[in-house]
Write a protein that binds this ligand. Sequence first.
Ligand SMILES: *[C@@H]1O[C@H](CO)[C@@H](O)[C@H](O)[C@H]1NC(C)=O
Ligand SMILES: *[C@@H]1O[C@H](CO)[C@@H](O)[C@H](O)[C@H]1NC(C)=O
Ligand SMILES: *[C@@H]1O[C@H](CO)[C@@H](O)[C@H](O)[C@H]1NC(C)=O
Length: 456
Amino acid sequence: MGRSQLVVFVVLFLLPLFNGGLAMAAGTPDGSEEWGYVEVRPKAHMFWWYYKSPYRTHDPNHPWPIILWLQGGPGASGVGTGNFEEVGPLDSFLKPRNSTWLRKADLLFVDNPVGTGYSFVEDKELLVKTDEEAATDLTTLLIEIFNRNETLQKSPLYIVAESYGGKYAVTLGLSALKAIEAKKLNLILGGIALGDSWISPEDFVVSWAPLLKDVSRIDNSGLMESNSLVEKIKQQIGDGKWKDATQTWSDLEEVISASSNSVDFYNFLLDTGMDPVSMASTTLVRGAARKSYSRYLDSLKTSPGSDGDLDTLMNGAIKKKLGIIPKNVEWGGQSNLVFEYLAGDFMRPRINEVDELLNKGVNVTVYNGQLDLICATKGTEAWVEKLKWEGLKTFLSIDRTPLYCGDDKVTKGFTKSYRNLHFYWILEAGHFVPVDQPCLALAMVGGITRSPVSTK
Ligand SMILES: *[C@@H]1O[C@H](CO)[C@@H](O)[C@H](O)[C@H]1NC(C)=O
Ligand SMILES: *[C@@H]1O[C@H](CO)[C@@H](O)[C@H](O)[C@H]1NC(C)=O
Ligand SMILES: *[C@@H]1O[C@H](CO)[C@@H](O)[C@H](O)[C@H]1NC(C)=O
């Protein structure tokens, strides 16, 4: 779809008031896309964008799935980054993406928590301070979107998260189940997938320096300097000094950057700013690495007509297409604040929530890119081993199955499952798995969602 086509054919319609919440929505006349705001709390507005898959099938025995994509940050936009840079139908040059997850499922993107992307609050004190508050807002959004539509209610919802999004995914999973049990939410929860997810900050920071030392990216003095900060973080976490732990985490990133000559936290084989996803928003990387990244972004902004720059796209052509974004709302304008308000929850682990989901019989899939540093596989395996779930011992003992994709005879990954826990190791991928291994990521998501077209 070209840019000129993009701005035409948009219908606006106001939905009636549902459950007291104010919903405003618009969409394309053919019904293939719908988007809108839900006022999840007074003066707190969450933006969502739903894409109906052109491959949708209607077999009641094999229901068509919907994926809710949860971006990380905190403060990164799912509507922008996840949609245009990872799994949506168009890339950031507005060219069709062959590996779009629409091939397997409908897609629902949200700018979560409020303050992220196009979502906004009228008073900054309304920004969320905990993952649970974010989950409550997301549950309100799901109630608005699902309770009014019987077609959607027949489609199981799979919550697929990346990075910090994993912490929202597990808290949302529990919050949604509670609302379903209380008959407040009409929805089938299909499962939860945690892609390179920040579930246990302590296990990740512990993994960084030894991993980088093993692959020659830092030396012994870098390792020792890092270790002393890691000890400090462990102490702060143990004492419940969550904000201090967030500050030390930021200091540790600076030490790692300095002693590695700026390793890319999203792919340890690269230098910072070289990974393929343009980070036009706050991400898990701050400090020195982030400063150099914003310089890189600024250099993009000064080149006129720089196509593909997410910031330009979201505040330009896309804002125009959507038609309902208030004039004074800048895409990503409150993102830094979103991070700051969550600083007290940022380092808090969510392993217990994963245990609760497993005990409730929810399918939980963990997938991790081999080359990720920020949420390194080493750290992910470490938190998985801390689960109290009774199936863990067997899960750990069974063999993995190698994965291939397309006609390629090269090993692309491994997987194993036991009962409702599933793990995918994705080779030659960093933090952004769908970008680095589009073929395997698509096949995997087809499998996770039991998509009717998963075998094709
Ligand atoms: C597009 O994806 C399909 C199936 O996912 C694949 O068979 C085809 O080779 C891909 N085409 C390109 C140009 O990558
Ligand atoms: C419900 O969702 C389906 C699937 O996307 C869509 O075709 C239909 O128009 C929606 N109905 C309403 C009332 O919004
Ligand atoms: C979990 O996934 C497995 C394998 O795809 C499936 O057979 C099972 O029905 C799923 N369980 C639930 C509760 O959705």
